[in-house]
Design a protein around this ligand. Structure first.
Ligand code: GDP
Ligand code: MG
Ligand code: ZN
Length: 307
């Protein structure tokens, strides 16, 4: 359910919570990761006399999602494993989530084949102009096939819909800090008592733990993995030549491009570039695609700049 340093919190099949440590070293085939055990993993353990568990094996993961480690760019950090889908909480205002952030996230979840739902939070504070912005984004993302939900943790908008979505599932909840992840968890299940805002930030400040995923069990059934502090997603082990595979709307047009391996950059008779002119391909999505293709990590695009 979570880990603090070398200790792991485990939930047993009998729904007991125990602390455990791992024995020896685990290596995952093929990938270098900074954390051998991730939130969401199933493990086997032996129970010690003091009631603590010694973790002996990790079960094979159904899926997992990795981001680049901040300092060791060659290594990845497994954010969560064995999830049914991902929820990205985004906000149009206070703070404003860039489309670059959203697109990096959904490219990563596409690459790991994890279905993704976008939750637009803080509906209660949007100005008319921000609502226009929201409508535009929802049009773009729902057309591509991403389910979009509108919520407010303050006035309760969309909370019932979110609750239905989470029920009996294991869900990775992500979003930039301050988007309202903890508030939404509490809104769907007040019993959870996730720490909101400044409290959780200061709580972990001393530890330098910018990524501290944590699983919460929902009273009505289901588990949510809260992943605070994720500033953005590095595109770990995504080959840039494969990047176009992770933009579903580009994949759909690919058969109409002249070249079957078109990267939609400067090839002639490219259906994606024609789609940009007709409006079938979103400018911001395409610009974010180029930014990722050329690995222009520092560029953050805001939807409003390109409309
Ligand atoms: N107005 C408004 N504020 C919200 C909403 N959701 C969260 N907040 C506020 O946004 C701040 C960050 O919320 P938090 O849940 O800690 O965000 P997290 O970092 O994503 O977990 C807190 O001050 C919350 O009270 C919302 O729907 N509307
Ligand atoms: Mg939080
Ligand atoms: Zn093309």
């Amino acid at each position: 359910m979570r880990s603090t340093g070398s200790w792991y919190t485990l939930r047993t099949l009998d729904n007991e919570i125990i602390e455990g440590r791992m024995k020896g070293k685990f290596r995952m085939k093929g990938i270098k990761t900074t954390n051998p055990i991730a939130v969401g993993d199933w493990v086997s353990y032996t129970l010690e006399e003091d009631g603590k568990a010694t973790i002996t094996t990790i079960e094979e993961r159904k899926n997992y999602i990795i981001r680049k480690s901040v300092n060791l760019s060659k290594q990845g950090h497994i954010i969560a494993s064995n999830v049914d889908f991902a929820v990205l909480v985004v906000t149009v205002a206070n703070p404003s989530t860039t489309t670059g952030f959203i697109d990096r996230f959904v490219v990563t979840t596409e690459a790991y084949r994890i279905p993704t739902v976008l939750v637009f939070n803080k509906m209660d504070i949007l100005t008319d102009k921000e609502k226009d912005e929201l409508d535009y984004r929802i049009a773009v993302y729902s057309l591509i096939g991403y389910k979009c939900i509108l919520t407010s943790a303050v006035d309760g908008t969309g909370v019932a819909e979110l609750r239905d979505l989470l029920k009996d599932k294991t869900v990775m909840l992500s979003g930039q800090s301050g988007a309202g992840k903890s508030s939404l968890i509490n809104a769907v299940d007040p019993e959870v008592g996730a720490k909101v805002g400044a409290i959780s930030a200061s709580h972990y400040k001393g530890k330098h733990t910018t990524t501290f995923a944590e699983m919460f069990e929902l009273g009505f059934g289901g588990d949510v993995i809260d992943t605070p502090g994720i500033k953005g997603f590095g595109l770990v082990d995504i080959d840039k030549e494969d990047l176009n595979n992770y933009f579903p709307e580009m994949m759909q047009l690919l058969p109409k491009c002249k070249f079957h391996n078109c990267k939609h950059i400067d090839e002639p008779k490219c259906a994606v570039k024609s789609g940009l002119e007709t409006g079938d391909i979103s400018d911001t999505r395409y610009k974010n695609y180029l930014s990722m293709y050329f690995d222009d990590e520092d560029i953050h695009y805001r939807t409003s700049m390109y409309r």
